[in-house]
Design a protein around this ligand. Structure first.
Ligand SMILES: Cc1cc2nc3c(=O)[nH]c(=O)nc-3n(C[C@H](O)[C@H](O)[C@H](O)COP(=O)(O)OP(=O)(O)OC[C@H]3O[C@@H](n4cnc5c(N)ncnc54)[C@H](O)[C@@H]3O)c2cc1C
Length: 117
């Protein structure tokens, strides 16, 4: 059992974006990811010729722009590299192979105890 104040579940784009924002404010957090890598949907479950279907200006993470010469519709390989760069830049260290098992919210205490393994 660990005592953590901010728990981010999943190291997909949303979890990485949240981690990047928290690090900008020096707010400590723990990020858990059930798979053995970040962005597992994009890395392992998307076919190689996939491009994002929205133009890049609508698909940026906070505090991190795409390279200036990036194509309008970002291909999968570039998106995965962009997410890897985000992990490195914000020193995000997901706890891999760790799943959230349950979570509740205590209105009285304003906390939400979670159980992860
Ligand atoms: C084919 C396709 C094209 C897309 N194109 C675009 C686009 O052009 N532009 C755009 O903005 N969006 C696009 N999206 C949508 C969206 O941006 C992506 O799906 C994105 O991956 C969503 O990020 P996410 O972090 O919310 O979820 P996910 O990428 O699904 O990440 C969630 C993570 O949480 C982990 N997880 C889940 N449950 C647990 C648990 N209990 N404990 C621990 N870890 C857990 C998962 O393993 C996963 O790694 C597209 C999606 C698809 C499928």
């Amino acid at each position: 059992m660990e005592n953590v104040v901010v728990l981010i579940v999943g190291a997909g784009p949303a979890g990485l974006a949240t981690a990047a924002c928290l690090s900008q404010f020096s707010i400590p957090y723990l990020i858990v990811e059930r798979e053995s890598c970040s962005a597992s949907l994009w890395r392992s479950r998307a076919y190689d010729r996939l491009n994002m279907h929205l133009a890049k200006e609508f698909c940026e993470l906070p505090h991190m722009s795409y390279p200036l010469n990036a194509p309008t519709y970002i291909p999968k390989t570039l998106f995965v590299k962009y997410l890897d760069d985000c992990v490195e830049r914000f020193n995000i260290q997901p706890k891999y192979l760790t799943s959230l098992e349950s979570s509740t919210f205590d209105n009285g205490e304003n906390v939400g105890p979670s159980r992860f393994m």
